[in-house]
Design a binder for this molecule. Structure first.
Ligand code: SF4
Length: 423
């Protein structure tokens, strides 16, 4: 699923506590909350996991099954992106798969070994050949392929991306979703979301008029098809009734309200935590440390996988550090020295101190030597040299020369304490 880019790019930070940057917040566009079926599923699985992924924007580790599924989807998108026959030849379809597959290394795709990646590549070729042979007689240009839309409803901007949509006439459509996992299960929330949003989408009516020359007053989803590519089997689910959609929509609005209310308490669960990449950041998971079993498995991984994993963890740490700096900068700019501020979960005491920073070490040493202040500084540390600059008994000339190398900065110390009774 393509990511929505709803936040403006942050301005460059000039220094440690320079111009502050906005703290991460739920993605919004024109006051609307950016929403989707996958965001809702993740929030319902664990709100804290949602926060790590969508608010803090901490990348998850790559998953090989997503990489595999994405390459199959890309190849099928290529196959169906024709406005009129002829359709691409089988070799062209396989080439589209190969090109997409080779965009990333096996580690970037989330495989532990090149052998596992190659086995899946071969599996993908077999799967696509079988798909082509089974369906080639019925190939016809589809109504829409990889149709992405954002629909405004109830203060939300809901995105759906449909793999394929077929027009059945009379304003009715069928949505087709390719599945590449082991099996196919009915996913009611996805069905409801796609039905609701596509029926509200005004662009679909325009597209029907453009493509088929017919104006329709409304669009109705007759059915949704999950096509299981590994077994070449379609699973068709009929449209949901109004009662089901109504109950589902109440759930959507409840989740949206919680996100707007910044409610991200973790809801640990065996299944959710087992597949969670944020365990090492999660305060409710072994005190913030990885599960011992996971540590054990690390030692048996090959060095390349460990290097890759180390790099990803480092990237996450850098991202978190950058966010910490941004938020700290915002507090530093707004807070008064010595004041205490209380949020709903934490209190912060803020202390501001002025300090000197020196640009050019060699030039500072020269000034100390020229004015025989070396002994006074005792050590060539920031404290030692600052002490010389602030002392009363140095000549004005020496002070002036030292000041030419010095910049006065405000250091801010933020002491955070969690409020009592909160865990
Ligand atoms: S480890 Fe479990 S509780 Fe913590 S964020 Fe992940 S899913 Fe949620």
């Amino acid at each position: 699923m393509k990511k929505k880019n709803s936040e403006p790019p942050p301005p460059a930070a000039p220094g440690l506590f320079g111009d502050s940057l906005p703290a991460p917040a739920p993605a919004r566009k024109n006051g609307l909350l950016a929403f989707s079926y996958s965001k809702m599923s993740l929030y319902e699985e664990c709100p804290l996991k949602y926060k790590f992924k969508y608010i803090d924007k901490i990348k998850e580790e790559p998953k090989f099954y997503f990489a595999f599924g994405n390459s199959i989807h890309t190849a099928l998108e290529f196959l169906y992106s024709v406005k009129a026959p002829p359709f691409p030849a089988l070799e062209e379809l396989l080439e589209a798969f190969r090109l997409d597959w080779n965009k990333k290394s096996y580690l970037e795709k989330g495989y532990r070994t090149p052998q596992r990646a190659d086995a899946d590549y071969q599996k993908g070729l077999v799967m696509l050949k079988a798909y082509y042979e089974q369906n080639r007689a019925g190939f016809k240009p589809p109504f829409l392929v990889e149709y992405s839309t954002d629909v405004e409803v109830d203060g939300l901007l809901v995105r759906t991306i449909s793999d394929r949509i077929e027009y059945l006439g009379g304003g009715e459509i069928e949505i087709i979703d390719y599945k590449t996992g082991k099996d196919v299960k009915r996913q009611p929330s996805q069905l409801y979301m796609y039905q609701k949003i596509n029926e509200l989408d005004p662009r679909l009516k325009e597209k029907i008029a453009e493509t088929y020359g017919k104006r329709v007053s409304s669009v109705r989803v007759r059915q949704m098809q999950y096509y299981h590519v590994p077994t070449l089997k379609p699973y068709v689910f009929e449209r949901a009734d109004d009662k089901e959609i109504g109950a589902f929509w109440d759930r959507v609005l409840g989740v949206a309200e919680n996100i707007r209310g910044i409610r991200f308490d973790p809801t640990p669960g065996e299944q959710a935590c087992a597949w969670c990449d944020y365990k090492s950041l999660c305060p409710h998971f072994f005190g913030g440390h990885p599960h011992p079993a996971e540590q054990l498995s690390s030692t048996t991984e090959n060095i390349e996988a460990l290097v890759d994993r180390y790099g990803r963890l480092k990237e996450r740490m850098d991202e978190l550090q950058a966010q910490l700096d941004e938020v700290g900068g915002s507090i530093a700019r707004s807070a008064k020295d010595g004041a205490q501020y209380a949020g709903s979960q934490y209190t912060a005491r803020v202390k501001k101190n002025s300090k000197w920073e020196f640009r050019d070490r060699e030039a500072v040493i020269k000034v100390l030597n020229d004015f025989e202040l070396y002994q006074k500084a005792l050590t060539l540390t920031l404290t030692g040299i600052s002490g010389v600059l602030d002392s009363a008994d140095i000549s004005e000339d020496a002070r002036k020369k030292l000041l030419e190398q010095a910049v006065k900065k405000t250091a801010v110390d933020i002491k955070i304490v969690k409020k009592e009774g909160l865990i």
